[in-house]
Design a protein around this ligand. Sequence first.
Ligand SMILES: [Fe+2]
Ligand SMILES: [Fe+2]
Length: 282
Amino acid sequence: MPDAKPLTSLDEWEDFVGDVYSTPLKTQDQFRKYDDPARSTVRDFYRLNHQYQTLDFAEKKRAEFTGLNRKELTMWEACDFLNELVDDSDPDTDLSQLQHLMQTSEAIRADGHPDWFVLAGFVHDLGKVLCLFGEPQWAVVGDTFPLGCRFSEKIVYAEYFQANPDCQVAEYQTLTGIYSPNCGLRNVVMSWGHDEYVFHIMRNFLPEPALYMLRFHSFYAQHRESAYEHLMDAHDQEMFAWVKRFNPYDLYSKQPTPPDVDKLRPYYDHLFKQYLPEKLHL
Ligand SMILES: [Fe+2]
Ligand SMILES: [Fe+2]
């Protein structure tokens, strides 16, 4: 298994999706607009992601990580742990992981949304600790997509799926593949990454709309392009209204000034107590 690190930081991917999804995109050609040499790291990252995210890989990673038996941490300890992920290339201008989380949750709070929505914003990228458990970038971040069925052309850099071994499995080449039409996303295996992982960390604690936001926040092919309607059931459709509501806070809440963590701490202490156990299982 390759463990190349094409991205200088995970934020590089976040910045890319912020640009690329700033307007509705209809064709792969429009993605090419972003395909300049400065973005070659992002392209290399997607090449690996699309090549190695197979159904078998995602099922194995789910089994490996969702037992949640690696660490027991308070929420603040988990944030400190996540903050070990730093961008060595440009430490002065980038926000820490905690600051990105808090800017997201504070923007949600400023708009008067329910407290569980604020909490979803605060925890949404906690799954990136996968990097600190030694997982390669392509198995932590990147757009997510269903496995076991045909890859949509609407997924960014879809041409790189040609190198994915799942493209050689006849059963996976139809629109619904191993699934029945409109079976519901709870029955679908998504590509493995920080979204699926944080969903499992939080699954017993947050209301369902929040869990959908966590689990599907990088599923751009659906929440931006509606490319997987054929796997969604009516309940998914209802819940995706929340996923879509969440997405702009993730992409566009970045401010150059970091939030005042110490000042905001009491509010978050109270929020964590309301919903979360003392120690989180990672
Ligand atoms: Fe994320
Ligand atoms: Fe994020």
